[in-house]
Each structure stands twice: as structure tokens, then as C-alpha cells.
Design a protein around this ligand. Structure first.
Ligand code: IMP
Length: 217
């Protein structure tokens, strides 16, 4: 009897905690990034501190992007091209919300070292589909300077698609160096270097389910 009472109490506390935590996620957005709690990260140890972002906001915005694509491309049978490695989490959550006939394929581009864009792009690897006359939706993790995306579009255009659209999880509008029409954006963010939810810092941090900003300690 005592045990079942304490089980019940534990369960009630678990529910209260979950609701409280969800409500908290609700109230934060990327705009608040700088104000958020600072926390040390076990993978990316010194000299970095990470500021935590909130999963709730990410999934909400990803599902909004999916709704826009469902609405705009319902008669196009698009081919989604997920650019690996960074877009794998975004692509997975996005595709779970895509309800129109479509295909998805995965391509690879340049590697990215350290915390600034090199501007160099390796060749496009892994595109086996014939995209002639097709609507292609590029699924990217982040548009920073936009140079990577500009070159990818040039490469794809040479294969004569009907149209190319861009869906990206993140954009740093103040860093953009090229004139890009970005059709679908989950979140605009400041000029911080981001890890988590697929994005890495020298290969680390991709597995975090939230987004973090790397800051100097
Ligand atoms: P861009 O050519 O400057 O737009 O850079 C695009 C690529 O750089 C992205 O696909 C990422 O791989 C990488 N990148 C840019 N900013 C970040 C960041 O804040 N975190 C992790 N990777 C980034």
C-alpha cells in the first residue's frame, strides 16, 4: 500500500514535471538565444560554452515548413535532395510531415572545417536520379554565406530540372553574400556558430537533439 502510494506520487510528479518542461520550451524562441541559460557541454569541452536552444520550437517550425511545401508542391511530385551530413535530422523530421507524392535522395558536398566557411565546394556526390524536367527541393541544414548553395544550384541546373527550390533549417541573414531565393526557412538566426540537430563542430555535436550556439568561454 505504501509502495503503490509512492508510485502514484512519483507518477504525478513526473506528469507535473513534463508539463512544466513543455510549457518552458513553449516560451523560448531563437530570438531569445543570447538570454538563455549557459551550460557546459560534455562533448565540446573547454574552451567552449554552449547556450541551449529548445526542441519544441524546432519541431514546430519544421512542421510549418512541411505544410508550406505540401501546399505549394502538391501537383509537382518533387524530388527532395537532402544534403548530407548536416541535414539528416532536419530531413527526417521534415519528411515525416510531407504528405504529397514525392521521392527523397541523399547527396554529399564539401566538408566544412572549423568555424568559418571556406567557400570551397567539392563535387556533388550521390545523385543517381535523372532530374530532367523535375521539381527538386534541396534540403539543407544551414545557409551561411550562401556560396555552397549557389554552387549546388549551378551544378543542378546543368541537369535541366524544371525548377529548384530550397528548404533550409537555418539561415544567417546577416552573413549572406549572394542573392539567393530561399523558398522555405525554418528559422533565421544570428551570426553565431551552431551545433546540434545535425550540425557539427569539427565532426562533433551532430547527435544533439537541440540546437546550441558555440561561444568562447
Ligand atoms: P555557406 O557556404 O557559407 O552558406 O556554408 C554552408 C555550409 O557551412 C553548411 O552546409 C554547413 O555545413 C556549414 N556551416 C555554416 N555555418 C555553420 C554553423 O553555424 N554550424 C555548423 N556548420 C555550419
Amino acid at each position: 500500500m505504501v509502495n503503490s502510494n509512492s508510485d502514484l506520487t512519483n507518477r504525478v510528479f513526473a506528469i507535473i514535471y513534463r508539463n512544466w518542461r513543455d510549457a518552458l520550451w513553449h516560451s523560448f524562441g531563437v530570438e531569445d538565444l543570447q538570454k538563455k541559460q549557459r551550460m557546459k557541454c560534455s562533448v565540446l569541452t573547454n574552451p567552449f560554452l554552449l547556450i541551449k536552444d529548445y526542441l519544441y520550437r524546432i519541431l514546430k517550425e519544421v512542421s510549418r515548413v512541411a505544410s508550406e511545401i505540401n501546399r505549394d508542391l502538391k501537383d509537382s511530385e518533387p524530388l527532395f535532395l537532402s544534403v548530407l551530413n548536416g541535414s539528416f535530422m532536419f530531413a527526417a523530421d521534415l519528411m515525416k510531415n510531407i504528405e504529397i507524392p514525392c521521392e527523397i535522395s541523399f547527396v554529399k558536398l564539401a566538408s566544412y572545417c572549423g568555424d568559418s566557411s571556406t567557400g570551397k565546394v567539392k563535387e556533388l556526390v550521390g545523385l543517381n536520379e535523372d532530374i530532367t524536367g523535375r521539381t527538386v527541393v534541396i534540403v539543407e541544414d544551414i545557409v551561411d554565406t550562401g556560396l555552397t548553395m549557389e554552387r549546388l544550384i549551378e551544378t543542378l541546373k546543368a541537369r535541366n530540372p524544371k525548377e529548384i527550390r530550397i528548404a533550409t533549417l537555418l539561415v544567417k541573414p546577416d552573413k549572406l553574400q549572394v542573392d539567393l531565393k530561399i523558398d522555405y526557412v525554418a528559422m533565421n538566426i544570428p551570426n553565431d556558430f551552431i551545433v546540434g540537430y545535425g550540425l557539427d563542430y569539427d565532426g562533433k555535436g551532430r547527435n544533439y537533439r537541440d540546437i546550441y550556439t558555440v561561444v568562447s568561454e
